[in-house]
Design a protein around this ligand. Sequence first.
Ligand SMILES: Cc1ncc(COP(=O)(O)O)c(C=O)c1O
Length: 363
Amino acid sequence: MSRAVLDAQLDHLRLEARIGGYEAANTTAAAFDGVYRSIARLIGASPDEIALVENATTAWNLAFHSIELHEGDVILTTEAEYASNYIAYLMASERRGARVRVVPSDADGQLDVAALEEAIDERTRLISITHVPTNGGLVNPAEEVGAVARAAGVPFLLDACQSVGQLELDVDRLRCDFLTATGRKYLRGPRGTGLLYVRSTMLDRVAPPLLDLHGAEWVASDRYEPRRDARRYENWEFNHAAVLGLGVAVDEALARGIPAIEDRVTGLGASLRAGLTDAGFTTYDTGRRRCGIVTVAVPGLDAGNVRDRLFDQGINVSVTTPASTRLDAERRDLPDLLRLSPHYFNTEDELDAAVAALGALGS
Ligand SMILES: Cc1ncc(COP(=O)(O)O)c(C=O)c1O
């Protein structure tokens, strides 16, 4: 997080402590509304198509569980699908008899759009894919998928958790009906923030899986009316400080310019991959189009141990295990991988230092 993102949260927490939680919310109501406008600008949506929740997983589940699925209905997805999403597909098949069909990847490792087109039939109820998988730098061809989904009249749910903030996203070009994302990754926002985009035309076609007194109004003893906008997907209670921090993070990304961020992050990702390859490591990122996420293994060493030893040297990396993307991991026989995710503030020198540190551990 930047200093300004941190300060926005601390200021709000101090205000809550000083004058009270509801009172602080009243005082900052305009800034709070501004967060919806900023997020809408970020992804080319309208503010009333945005709902804010506590993480990307909740946003995704709210979208997924608003699609009614019955015995024999089919969900089409990718090989590099994220574990939590796939668990939801398996639950839908256990509970409702829906079937999940995995669209194969093409020779480059991205979702095969022609195979997707062929897989659609009258039982297809949802196309649901991850844009940038959790285990690598692949960017799935989401715009092409959106075009296929729109032509077939099938709802399209895009998990953009790892693309928001690093890649340009425009919901009209993507033609997605739902898009879900987190604040805590490339947006550099606070933890515990997630955003859900719901296309306005979907609001009358599907219902949120749960509604509280914020998402709906109890208008008569036997009747409720959902809100008109996407905020029907929200709960009444919020971490206001986190939302205000997220707004600042989004404004910072917009001020810097997403195309410039994308250029820089993608460039750093490519030069890190090249540096690792030159140093004798194997990287595992597939796809015609790649982004800032870089995955690598250090043969003979436990990935968690390498992560911890790098942390001791001031280098933060994470570990992605086969269970996070089981289909792709099994197909490619992937080990636990180190995940390096440079952002625009990283320097080429820092990338060189990371490669050198890995080289020293690996030798
Ligand atoms: C592709 C993908 N989707 C969703 C999530 C979940 O995000 P969150 O933990 O913020 O709910 C992650 C987190 O790693 C992810 O990589």
